[in-house]
Design a protein around this ligand. Structure first.
Ligand code: GLC
Length: 559
C-alpha cells in the first residue's frame, strides 16, 4: 500500500497558547522567554512540532488574533530575537514550529486599516470590505462571532465595514489581488525565518458570497443571523488557496493545517486531497459542534456516544486522500475532560483513555497545553474573572436581553474559551510557578494538586501515559496510516475500532462510563496482545472485550 509518508503525519503536535504557558518577567503574562525556558517539557513529552499561537504585535482585543504587524513580535511576549532563539532551541531538539497565520482579518490598528478607514479613495480602502448602510442600519442581517452585528459604522467614509469577529478585527478583502500579494509575502517571510509551516486561522472564511446577501438561518437573541452559508467555503476560495500554495509553499516540505468552520467532508477533501494543491490538513469541528445548537455554541445540546463516534468516523472515512488535524480541545474550546469525559473520581484515567482514542485515529494528533495533565474547566464564580471578548460579549448580551443567570452560567461553565486559557500550572507554589506577578487570568483553583511537578513525581500520571502514547507512534506506522473501521457503532458506553495496515491489526477501545463493561468481540482471538492500557496489565483474549470504568486499551490482534 502506498503510504504517502510525511513527517507531519508521523509526529504528535503540541499547541502552545503563549499568553498562558510561562511568564518569565513577572508581568503576569506568558512570553517567548518563558517558552524557551520550558522547551525541556516538550522534549520530555516527545512531541515533534508545536503550533505556537499568535505572538505578533497586537492590541489584544482577541488575545493576539487581531494583528497590527505581521512581522513584529508583541512587546509583552518579547522580541524577534527571542522568537529566533526559540526556533533554534526547538530545531536543535528536533521540534518543528508552526506559525499561526491569521489573515481573514487584521486588527483595526493595523496600518492598512488605519489608512483604509480615512477615505473612500485611500489606496488601502479596498483592502477591506465596505458597504453603505441600509435604511439607516447595517448593510445586512449578519451576526458576528463576537458582537451582535458583523458590521461597524465608519464615520469618515459614511460606510460600514465587515468584521466576522470583533469590531477591532475588520475582514480583509481577499478579492483584491494586492491583499493576496501582501499575505503571500508575509508567509514567505516567515518561511525564510525558519518556520516549518502554518496553522491557518479560519481559513475557509476568506471569501464571502458575492453581493453579501442576508443570511437565512435562525435569528439570534440580538436579532441577527449567523451567516454560515455566506462565509464558509465560498468561491473562489479554492482558487485562492491554490494560488497561495503555488506562490508560497508547493515546493517546500512544510506543513499547513487549516481551521475550517462548519466544514463538510466534500469541502474538506477539496482542500486537502492531492499534492499540496491547497493545504495539507484541516481541523474539522464535527465532533466539537455536536453539543451546540443551530443558534450557536452557547445553546447546549445533549449528546450520546454513538453520535460522537459517527461524527468522528464520518471524517475518518471521507478524508482518505486528504488529512486531518485531530484534537479534543484547543484555545477556543472547553477542556476535553469536561466536555467528552468525566471530571470526578475517574478524571485522570479518562484523560488517558481519551488520548488512546484520539491518537489512533487517522490524522495528526494535536495535544493542547495542559491536556497532558488532565486539566478541566474552571468553576468560575464571577464574570469579573473572565477575560475573553467572546464570553464578555455573551454575558453582555444575556444581561441586555434578560436571558437569565442560570442559562448564562451554565453556558459559561460549559463553553467559555477562558476554560482552556488559564495558566499552565507548573508546580504548587503561588500561581503555580506560572508567574511571580499577578496572572492575567486566574489559575484553575485545582493547581496545587494538578500541576507538572506533581505529574512528574507520579509514575502513573497522565503526563507519563501521554509520553508512552507519543513514543508508541514512533515505531508504529499503523497509528497514522492504518485503515480504521468502527465497531459497535450503537453502543452508548464503548468506543471501539479496528485498524489495519499490511499484516498489522489493532483493536482500540475505550469505556466512556462509570461501569465496568463486557462486550463479545470476535476479533479478540487467543494470541492477541495488550499493547497499552490505562488500567489493565494483562488481557484475556477470549472473544470478550472487558473494560473497567473509563479504561482505554490498544490491543494487537492475532490474525
Ligand atoms: C479562530 C481562533 C480564535 C479567534 C478567531 C478569530 O477561531 O482560533 O481564537 O478568536 O479565529 O481570529
Amino acid at each position: 500500500m502506498e503510504l504517502n509518508r510525511h513527517w507531519w503525519k508521523e509526529c504528535v503536535f503540541y499547541q502552545i497558547y503563549p499568553r498562558s504557558f510561562q511568564d518569565s518577567n513577572g508581568d503576569g503574562m506568558g512570553d517567548l522567554r518563558g517558552i524557551i525556558n520550558r522547551v525541556d517539557h516538550l522534549v520530555e513529552l516527545g512531541i515533534g512540532a508545536i503550533w505556537l499561537g499568535p505572538v505578533f504585535k497586537s492590541p489584544n482585543d482577541d488575545m493576539g488574533y487581531d494583528i497590527a504587524d505581521y512581522r513584529d513580535i508583541m512587546e509583552q511576549f518579547g522580541t524577534m530575537a527571542d522568537w529566533e532563539e526559540l526556533r533554534d532551541k526547538l530545531h536543535a531538539n528536533g521540534i518543528k514550529i508552526l506559525v499561526d497565520l491569521v489573515v481573514n482579518h487584521t486588527s483595526d490598528e493595523h496600518p492598512w486599516f488605519v489608512e483604509a478607514r480615512k477615505s473612500r479613495d485611500n489606496a488601502y480602502h479596498d483592502y477591506y470590505i465596505w458597504r453603505p448602510g441600509r435604511d439607516g442600519r447595517e448593510p445586512n442581517n449578519w451576526a458576528s462571532f463576537f458582537t451582535p452585528s458583523a458590521w461597524e459604522y465608519n464615520e469618515a467614509t459614511d460606510e460600514y465595514y465587515l468584521h466576522l469577529f470583533s469590531k477591532k478585527q475588520p475582514d480583509l478583502n481577499w478579492h483584491n489581488p494586492a491583499v493576496r500579494e501582501e499575505v503571500y509575502d508575509l508567509m514567505s517571510w516567515w518561511l525564510d525565518k525558519g518556520a516549518d509551516g502554518f496553522r491557518m486561522d479560519v481559513i475557509n472564511l476568506l471569501c464571502k458570497t458575492d453581493g453579501l446577501p442576508d443570511a437565512s438561518g435562525p435569528v439570534d437573541m440580538n436579532g441577527y443571523v449567523f451567516p454560515t452559508e455566506h462565509m464558509c467555503d465560498r468561491p473562489p476560495i479554492h482558487e485562492y488557496l491554490q494560488e497561495m500554495a503555488k506562490r508560497v509553499y508547493a515546493d517546500k516540505d512544510i506543513f499547513t493545517v487549516g481551521e475550517c468552520i462548519a466544514l463538510t467532508t466534500e469541502e474538506g477533501c477539496r482542500y486537502t486531497a492531492g499534492k499540496k494543491h491547497e493545504i495539507d490538513a484541516v481541523f474539522s469541528f464535527a465532533h466539537i459542534d455536536m453539543d451546540g445548537q443551530p443558534l450557536g455554541k452557547w445553546y447546549y445540546r445533549p449528546w450520546k456516544l454513538p453520535e460522537l463516534k459517527s461524527r468522528l468516523f464520518e471524517w475518518q472515512h471521507a478524508l482518505k486522500d486528504g488529512w486531518l488535524g485531530l484534537f479534543w480541545s484547543n484555545q477556543d474550546q472547553p477542556r476535553a475532560l469536561s466536555r467528552f469525559g468525566t471530571t470526578g473520581k475517574y478524571r485522570f484515567r479518562c484523560a488517558k483513555m481519551l488520548g488512546i482514542i484520539l491518537h489512533n485515529l487517522r490524522g495528526t494528533p494535536f495535544v493542547y497545553q495542559g491536556e497532558e495533565l488532565g486539566m478541566v474547566n474552571v468553576p468560575w464564580t464571577s464574570t469579573d474573572q473572565l477575560r475573553d471578548v467572546e464570553s464578555l460579549n455573551f454575558v453582555a448580551n444575556c444581561r441586555r436581553t434578560g436571558a437569565g443567570d442560570e442559562f448564562m452560567w451554565d453556558a459559561v461553565h460549559r463553553k467559555a474559551r477562558d476554560n482552556a486559557r488559564t495558566p499552565m500550572p507548573w508546580d504548587d507554589s503561588p500561581n503555580g510557578g506560572f508567574t511571580t506577578g499577578e496572572p492575567w487570568i486566574m489559575l484553575n483553583p485545582d493547581y496545587p494538586q494538578v500541576n507538572v511537578a506533581a505529574a512528574k513525581r507520579d509514575p502513573n500520571s497522565v503526563f507519563y501515559f501521554y509520553k508512552k502514547l507519543i513514543e508508541l507512534r514512533k515505531g508504529n506506522l499503523i497509528m497514522p496510516y492504518g485503515e480504521p473501521t468502527l465497531l459497535l457503532p450503537e453502543d452508548e458506553q464503548v468506543f471501539a475500532y479496528e485498524k489495519r495496515l499490511d499484516g498489522e491489526h489493532w483493536l482500540i477501545a475505550g469505556n466512556f462510563s462509570d461501569e465496568a463493561v463486557e462486550r463479545p468481540l470476535s476479533c479478540l482471538v487467543p494470541g492477541s496482545e495488550l499493547i497499552l492500557s490505562n488500567v489493565s496489565e494483562k488481557l484475556e483474549a477470549d472473544g470478550v472485550l472487558r473494560l473497567q470504568p473509563w479504561e482505554g486499551v490498544i490491543i494487537r490482534l492475532s490474525e
